[in-house]
Design a protein around this ligand. Structure first.
Ligand SMILES: [Mg+2]
Ligand SMILES: [Zn+2]
Length: 204
């Protein structure tokens, strides 16, 4: 199966906030979030998205969902789960619109370029949102952090693989606890002078 799966569209004149899903916008579960009714947003994540939008950010969710390639459930199920996510965020704040959701359906052994920490989902979203045509990049994990597309681009996640994907596109990276999610770092994200959390891809 080709990936990533794209849900939504939009265009970005300003910075992009790349946001992991489970443990950041909604509570993760042992196993996976397998049904729409299992999806519960972390309180405050809707208002945090609204604040990012007010600041000019385009909102891009980037999520690894290997149950699809494991044959546990389908792309249709994925879309129903994402409808629940979008609805709950909008219920909390009517301005909490997600522009685009990128999903990697693969397992490690599929060796795709989109499963985080590989930045394929971010590269494709950048191409769509900024009308570019950049190829998937070669990543030198031991080299310098790449230059960002926009100095204010952000990647926020609860795992090192999220930090890796953000690092690989030069974004400011913010790591959260999976119980606190996006609200934990929203004030920092909105501070243009906050460089994000230090992250060295060679140290994990
Ligand atoms: Mg996560
Ligand atoms: Zn993938």
């Amino acid at each position: 199966m080709e990936g990533p799966i794209v849900d939504g569209s939009g265009s970005a004149d300003g910075p992009i906030a790349f946001i992991d899903r489970d443990g950041v916008l909604n509570y993760g579960r042992n196993g996976y979030v397998n049904y729409p009714h299992e999806l519960v947003i972390i309180p405050g994540s809707g208002s945090a998205i609204a604040r990012l939008r007010q600041k000019g950010y385009t909102i891009c969710v980037v999520t690894n969902q290997s149950p699809i390639m494991r044959g546990l459930w389908t792309v249709e199920r994925l879309h129903s789960i994402h409808s629940a996510l979008r609805r709950q965020l909008l219920d909390e704040d009517p301005e909490a619109q997600i522009d685009i959701i990128m999903t990697c359906p693969h397992r490690n052994r599929d060796r795709c370029g989109c499963r985080k920490p590989w930045p394929g989902m971010l590269v494709k979203a950048n191409n769509i949102l900024r009308n570019q045509n950049q190829p998937n990049r070669h990543i030198d994990w031991a080299g310098e952090k790449p230059k960002p597309w926009n100095q204010l681009d952000i990647m926020v996640g609860d795992r090192k693989s999220d930090m890796g994907a953000g690092w690989a596109v030069g974004a400011r990276t913010f790591e959260v606890s999976d119980r606190l999610g996006l609200p934990q770092v929203i004030d920092r994200m909105l501070d243009d002078n906050d460089p994000g959390d230090f992250y060295d891809p060679m140290r994990w």
